[in-house]
Design a protein around this ligand. Structure first.
Ligand code: NAD
Length: 359
């Protein structure tokens, strides 16, 4: 069967890590028809916009895409293309595994956490009012008129919407996935003691949804600050985490740090009609073009993608091959080399080729 997949190489180190990923996916023997589009800085040069409409159209049509990181140009007026992609494709669930692989510089072993982060709401909704602007003044006046606590006139405002709809579909998706993949426990993460009408709503709806799953999986909840401490002290206690957007962003980087860093952290953005896979890391511009950075995060993102398109055997083989190369520690990039390791680190493409040899 031929799989049509949209590929967005992205900026900085994006083209290198996605090329390494393509090398590995091709080596599994799957028949993939890649449709490649420039986005980010490359697209600005060609189309005057970092995310041309035809790219979104192509992803909608193919339903599956994988991307390298895209730089967010500072001071040009362009919003984050990543946020824009997630919003325009309604990719409501951001899924990030944090898994221990033997041979990494992980500070914790026995970690296998699967994070589900809401991807469309919360402080990431992009509803903001600049300090001193006409609209900010209007918003402050309205809010000050509605309740006692007064917002200072020199404030900037970001809005934090959390809805029943958004929470329900995320929690359902997460628990369905957790049950299907035989996970044991899910933890709902929030700060409901302080933000009663947003995080409080998230928790209430999540608990209601969890009721429907009570015979299938254990569901508990935890306040986000406590969770951060617990994750550092006993990460093996956690299995599936379900979080609103901002906490999900922060906690997933914490978990990536626990198991060896951004170089090995994959991600997926899942919607009802399309899915977009990407490494958690950014475009690391200072390493661009050096064939130096770790391609593992993008290759493991492809593993998630292959599972999504039901190519389970190829996905398992590819993940096993990655595991072997990291465990061996011989053909790995600089970030995976530990003190006392013999041999020089290899380049991005050489690590990908070593993975192919283990397939
Ligand atoms: P970054 O992840 O690009 O880099 C931070 C550091 O992490 C690097 O200097 C490097 O030391 C390390 N690192 C990152 N990827 C690595 C890899 N594959 N192998 C080894 N080491 C790696 O974060 P940043 O510097 O904050 O962001 C740079 C640009 O990327 C910004 O424009 C930002 O907006 C963008 N960004 C994009 C995405 C995305 O496309 N999803 C995510 C995060 C940041």
């Amino acid at each position: 069967m031929v799989h049509k997949i949209v590929l967005l190489p992205g900026d900085g180190i994006g083209p290198e890590v996605t090329k390494a990923m393509q090398t590995c996916v091709s080596a599994t023997g799957l028949d993939i028809k890649w449709e490649t589009f420039p986005v980010g800085e490359h697209a600005i040069k060609e189309f005057g916009t970092p995310l041309p409409e035809h790219v979104v159209g192509a992803i909608k049509k193919a339903k599956v895409a994988i991307k390298g990181p895209i730089s967010t140009p500072i001071g040009t007026g362009f919003r984050s293309i990543n946020v824009l992609l997630r919003q325009s494709l309604d990719l409501f669930a951001c899924v990030r595994p944090a898994k221990y692989y033997e041979g990494t510089k992980s500070i914790a072993k026995n970690v296998d956490i699967l994070i589900f982060r809401e991807n469309t709401e919360d402080l990431y909704a992009g509803i903001e009012f600049e300090k001193g602007s006409k609209d900010a003044k209007k918003v402050i006046k309205t809010i000050n008129g509605l309740q006692k606590r007064q917002i200072r006139p020199d404030s900037g405002i970001s809005i934090k919407p959390i809805s029943v709809f958004g929470t329900k579909r995320l929690v359902k998706h997460a628990l369905d996935h957790a049950v299907r993949t035989k996970r044991k426990k899910a933890t709902i993460v929030h700060k409901a003691n302080i933000m009663k009408f947003t995080d409080g709503l998230f928790l209430k709806i999540a608990r209601e949804v969890a009721e429907e799953y009570k015979r299938k999986i254990e569901v508990e909840d935890c306040i986000v600050d406590n969770l951060c401490m617990q994750l550092v002290q006993r990460p093996e206690y956690y299995d599936v985490l379900i979080l609103p957007n901002l906490y999900g962003d922060i906690v997933s980087d914490l978990c990536a740090g626990l198991v060896g860093g951004l170089g090995i952290a994959p991600g997926a953005n899942i919607g009802a009609k399309a899915a977009l896979f990407e490494p958690v890391h950014g475009s690391a511009p200072k390493y661009a073009g050096l064939n130096k950075v770790n391609p593992t995060a993008t290759i493991l993102s492809a593993v998630l993608m292959l599972r999504y398109i039901n190519e389970i055997k190829a996905a398992d083989r590819l993940e096993e091959a990655v595991k072997k190369v990291i465990k061996e520690g011989k053909y790995v990039t600089y970030d995976l080399k530990k003190k006392g390791d013999k041999g020089e680190p290899v380049g991005t493409q050489q690590m990908a080729e070593a993975i192919c040899r283990k397939l």
